[in-house]
Design a protein around this ligand. Structure first.
Ligand code: ADP
Ligand code: ZN
Ligand code: ZN
Length: 741
């Protein structure tokens, strides 16, 4: 027998399989998806590799080497997974091993299977035997724990040993004694899913409204058709989308199929997880980044053993190894967290589509502010659109006001909050109502604007705001690479109030505390939430009324149900509008709408202020009027004019290396290759320009931006040019990263 092996090392030269012979004594252990130890290279160094294929014959002239050993007792993936691996490898232009390694979570492969099988306990003898054992020993202290265990097992039939120990606070010792005396036994057999138990109506204290019923019916139809289809639920915040997901998932479970629910970030969405748990109880697994390897392993094992049928988690949960996924729900589908920041830069939405296509499953997107790409596809009829227009409980949308900060300066107000907002904060403090203050976190780049007339310094080639660089006091365009000296006078109104824009949460906290001496303030940002559970603690604190004002970044925007918030203040909206990214307006629309939605959850009158120097910006006007459609129309027009997605595909090639001079030489070299092979001029090649964060971990990063209409052609063009460049130039000491769209 022979096998084809993929070496477990990320290296483009090893991006293919190698054939090995299997010694007779190992043949019975060989399976696709297991790791093996093989001698590799001229020195025959032992390396780990995955079995990708089993073969009876090979046509190889040279002497074939033998595998040394089979590492795993169980395969880590199967043929179906390999199809997904192929998809990822092609789509994101990565090495096959990188694709495998994102599907099988890091440490999981190093946990041994046996030590983690759940132990279940049950009573081995008759009821009478137990009774007499208990009566005989009841009064003896020595038997106390054993009797406790027996009583527990009598009430609960078969239970997990770990649960029993937790509940009774007993050690292993009484359990061991009972096993030894053959009164109870350990079983490792699979605990099969009890579908009836899942669907047994967990009583709700409300009935679905008409819009929700219609939505559920439409989705059911698709589920029963057992064909691939995509549906977008476009429903305002609090329109009851989550309830619709739950009903849809129940239908899928009835068919004996499974469901994956993706949420943007587990830590920020405890409420949605709680609600899924209420409905699906122990038949749900929740994945998140804070789980240990063993915990992750256990979760995946539950899936493999078919003990669970719903997975809730962030983007990586898309790789849950269910064998018959019937529905994938992507909540808040517009969130950028669905796209991975690490190579391979996969997009969980695209992966979900692939999985649903291969499983004839339903792909359900939900959002109050759909992404432009998704809505565009819905408009074209590729995705079925379902609207939920009403908020449940007849809750009113808060009124939104735009505050022109130029007016404040004119009137001598130089504090960070406007006079109107000042009055409102005081009013809410008096009434014991709560206030949310939002500020966009900008970690890196910042722009330059005029506080008197609102003028923003922009690149005249690209019409995007320049990024201000402190170190050189220059303004740079990260699209086309243009760079100019910073200005100290406004080109529009000649005022000297032109300077870079930046405001941090800490400064906001200090200033607001200064203005409202007695207010109790909480702050939620990357600094205050680095510890485990600190998100939850801050939110609970605020919800319990232990503070009046919560100041925070993007983190406070997510689905939290703040009951007593009646005032939301968005500071420095300009920081969100002037990001150098063609999606900046889209993101701002989504973010502000979401933040505004935190107010008035309990039905009390509530109010939102957006402070800005661009009070006429159409994005803000659309937010104010809750007019997604108008925003979409404007935005899609701009995208078409500027040839941005969805009308084109954008490929970003980043060169990373320690020596910046070399990187610049190489990237200019690579650009020449791209230009040379761009024979028909189908592709726009922009740059080179430094990345937003130019230096990271002692590496410099420069990039080229390539635009083209056909994704496949663009990819092969880029791949071909890079290969030629690699072949012909002596490229050393740098990494080339490719990111699509
Ligand atoms: P969304 O996901 O659209 O923001 P949710 O599904 O979270 O909305 O619903 C918001 C709140 O309203 C939740 O607390 C939910 O339990 C409740 N809810 C949902 N549907 C109804 C209904 N038909 N009647 C009353 N309350 C509902
Ligand atoms: Zn000006
Ligand atoms: Zn430019």
């Amino acid at each position: 027998m022979y096998v084809n092996i993929l070496i477990d090392r990320s290296n483009s030269k090893l991006n293919k399989t190698f054939s090995y012979k299997v010694p007779a004594q190992l043949e019975c252990k060989v399976e696709i998806g297991k790791r093996v130890l093989v001698p590799f290279g001229v020195k025959n160094k032992p390396e780990d590799g995955y079995i990708i294929e089993k073969l009876q014959h090979v046509n190889i002239e040279y002497q074939i080497k033998e595998i040394i050993d089979v590492i795993d007792g169980f395969p880590l993936f199967d043929l179906k997974t390999l199809k997904l691996v192929d998809f990822i490898k092609e789509k994101y232009m990565c090495n096959m091993i990188d694709a495998i390694n994102i599907i099988i979570p890091g440490g999981v492969k190093n946990v041994t299977a046996e030590s983690n099988t759940e132990k279940y306990l049950n009573i081995k003898v008759s009821k009478d035997d137990i009774d007499s054992f208990i009566t005989k020993n009841e009064s003896k202290e020595k038997y106390k724990a054993q009797i406790q265990v027996l009583n527990y097992l009598r009430e609960n039939s078969i239970v997990k040993a770990s649960d029993l120990k937790d509940d009774l606070k007993v050690t292993d010792s009484p359990i061991k004694t009972l096993i030894k005396n053959e009164l109870i036994e350990v079983s490792r057999q699979d605990k099969k899913l009890d579908i009836y138990k899942v669907l047994k109506d967990k009583s709700k204290d409300f009935v679905l409204n008409n819009e929700q019923i219609v939505a559920v019916e439409k989705i059911k139809e698709k589920i029963y058709a057992k064909k691939f289809s995509e549906i977008l639920i476009f429903g305002v915040t609090s329109s009851g989308k989550t309830e619709v997901y739950i009903e849809a998932i129940k239908e899928v479970i009835k068919q004996g199929r499974q469901a994956i629910v993706l949420v943007p970030e587990i830590a920020l969405t405890p409420q949605i997880v709680r609600r899924f748990k209420q409905h699906f109880g122990e038949y749900i697994v929740v994945m998140h980044s804070k789980l240990s390897d063993t915990e992750k392993y256990n979760q995946l094992n539950k899936i493999k053993k078919k003990e669970v049928s719903v997975m809730v988690g962030p983007r990586s949960a898309i790789f849950a190894p269910f064998d018959d996924v019937g529905i994938i729900v992507i909540d808040e589908e517009h969130e950028s967290t669905y796209k991975s920041e690490n190579t391979p830069k996969y997009d969980a939405k695209e992966v979900a589509k692939f999985i649903c296509e291969s499983n004839n499953a339903v792909l359900l997107y939900g959002s109050a502010t759909p992404s432009i790409d998704t809505y565009y596809r819905a408009e074209k009829g590729e995705i079925e659109l379902i609207k939920l227009n009403k908020r449940v409980n007849e809750a009113k949308n808060p009124t939104i006001h735009i505050v022109d900060m130029k007016e404040e300066l004119k009137n001598g107000n130089t504090t960070i909050i406007s006079r109107e907002v000042h009055k409102q904060i005081q009013d809410k403090l008096n009434k014991n109502e709560q206030i949310l203050v939002f500020i966009n976190r900008r970690g890196f780049s910042t722009f330059v604007s005029c506080r008197k007339c609102g003028y923003v310094m922009k690149c005249d080639n690209c019409d995007v705001p320049y990024v201000y660089h402190y170190d050189t006091d220059t303004l740079a365009c990260h699209h086309c690479g243009k760079s100019i000296r910073n200005v100290n006078m406004c080109p529009e109104c000649n005022s000297k109030y032109i300077k870079f824009f930046g405001l941090g949460t800490e400064k906001v906290e200090d200033d607001i505390q200064g203005l409202f001496k007695n207010a109790r303030i909480l702050r939620m940002d990357a600094d205050t939430t680095s510890k485990k559970n600190s998100h939850d603690n801050i939110l609970t604190d605020f919800n319990e009324g232990n503070a009046d004002i919560l100041i925070g970044t993007q983190m406070i925007a997510k689905g939290h149900d703040f009951r007593n918030v009646t005032l939301v203040v968005i500071l420095a909206a300009d920081m969100s509008l002037n990001i150098q990214d063609f999606r900046a307006y889209e993101r701002a629309f989504q973010l502000f709408t979401q933040v505004a939605g935190r107010a008035g959850r309990s039905g009390k009158d509530s109010i939102v202020y957006i402070q800005t120097y661009e009070e006429k910006n159409y994005v803000l006007e659309c937010i104010k009027n809750y007019d997604y459609e108008r925003f979409y129309e404007n935005e899609i027009m701009l995208r078409e004019q500027l040839e941005n997605p969805p009308f084109s595909n954008i490929c970003i090639i980043t060169l990373v290396g320690e020596n910046e001079k070399k990187i610049i030489i190489y990237i200019n070299g690579l650009k020449k290759y791209l230009e040379y092979y761009n024979i028909k001029g189908n592709y726009k090649i922009l740059g080179p320009a430094p990345n937003f964060i130019k230096k990271m971990n002692d590496n410099y990063r420069w990039r080229l931006v390539i635009k083209g209409t056909d994704e496949e052609k663009l990819k092969s063009f880029v791949k071909y040019s890079i290969n030629k460049f690699n072949e012909k130039e002596n490229v050393k000491d740098l990494k080339i990263q490719i990111d699509m769209n």
